[in-house]
Design a protein around this ligand. Structure first.
Ligand code: GRF
Length: 226
């Protein structure tokens, strides 16, 4: 069997995306989760990791004079595990340029919107306020622009008339748990790369692979080469 990709996962909270990755790894996703690092102590995500026998670390920002100092410490911690991929799974911190550069083309994030729509926080509330008919989630390579890096894969869900932010979030989250392991699998299989601003899958540029889920209906998966 080919060697598994060494991965470090960064979290800040609940860790449901982490759980999806753990579950996928137990079902054959070729990754070795070397560590889960949280910037917040006592999170549910840490418990999930410990429950799966994964090494955990907590690195809180208290005690660091500034963002640069924290990110340097975080980088030292991450590099000790020698990951081939750094996975941001609900890691709620702005990253410094030096940190982003360190993991260029080998750090991915999941964001609960159809980027470039709704970067930042409170995406479900904002989607409802904007009256959009579709919403979703995106996995992207991390660049200096917050939630602005090249998109790897997106999942789209309908916005329904009675949706609350919570109901919509749950519909999106279900799709997050599908597309995040998928993107990681491509990377682990050496099929996915970032060349300049282009995401390449099997050597071909992609504009985002969109899984459309219809309420109560079927699914289709499309591949949109440029
Ligand atoms: C997810 O909605 C993710 O898209 C966003 O933060 C949330 C994390 O949820 N970046 P969880 O901790 O994975 O459950």
């Amino acid at each position: 069997m080919a060697t598994r990709l060494a991965v470090v996962v960064l979290i800040s909270g609940r860790g449901s995306n982490l759980q999806a990755i753990i579950d996928a790894a137990q079902q054959g996703l070729p990754v070795d989760i070397r560590a889960v690092i949280s910037n917040v102590a006592g999170t549910a995500g840490l418990e999930r990791a410990q429950g799966a026998g994964i090494h955990t670390e907590v690195l809180e920002h208290a005690g660091y004079p500034d963002r640069e100092a924290y990110d340097q410490a975080l980088q030292r911690l991450i590099d000790g595990f020698q990951p081939g991929l750094v996975v941001l799974a609900g890691f709620m911190r702005i990253l410094t340029p030096a940190f982003v550069a360190r993991y260029h083309a080998r750090m991915v994030n999941i964001h609960p919107s159809l980027l470039p729509a709704f970067p930042g926080l409170n995406t479900h509330q904002r989607a409802l306020e904007a009256g959009v008919r579709e919403h979703g989630a995106s996995v992207h390579f991390v660049t200096e622009e917050v939630d602005g890096g090249p998109v790897i894969i997106q999942a789209r869900v309908p916005v329904l008339p009675d949706d609350t932010p919570e109901v919509l979030a749950a519909r999106v989250l279900e799709q997050e748990h599908s597309i995040f392991p998928q993107a990681i699998q491509w990377f682990a299989e050496d099929r996915l790369s970032l060349q300049g601003n282009a995401v390449l899958l099997d050597g071909k540029p992609v504009t985002g692979l969109i899984r459309i889920s219809h309420q109560g209906g079927g699914r289709r998966q499309g591949h949109n080469p440029r």
